[in-house]
Design a protein around this ligand. Sequence first.
Ligand code: DQA
Length: 146
Amino acid sequence: MKIQVINGPNLNMLGIREPKIYGSASYADLEHYIAESAAELGAEICCFQSNHEGELVARIQQCHGKADAIIINAAAYTHTSVAILDALKAVALPAVEVHLSDVSAREMFRRHSYPAMACQTVIAGYGFASYRMAIKYLLENSSTQN
Ligand code: DQA
């Protein structure tokens, strides 16, 4: 199974940004963790990060015919982006939304997610392990389409 991981704005600042919420490990550490998890679980993984909404939309579109599933942490765009929701709906691939932090236990505005409306499930609050759980979920539910 080919899984595209898509990470949104400010995740490249992991290790520097708000360490009490996001921890002290870097974005490179996260990519390394995802690659190791994928190898262990038996999935092919490609990671992409951008601070730009249009680039995230373009990358989702590029998944059409190339990827089998998507894991998305749209970061702040989670709470604002109809464009990302529409892109996920357009490619209609099995998708899982992930977050490092427990967005349900933070500010009210973080409780709303646009991408979640095109995702099979949301996994949030487990730090890096949210991504591993998403890979597992997709491998176990691969026959289910959006
Ligand atoms: C985040 C949660 C978002 O609310 C926030 O804007 C982020 C990171 C997370 O992984 O916990 O940038 O997506």
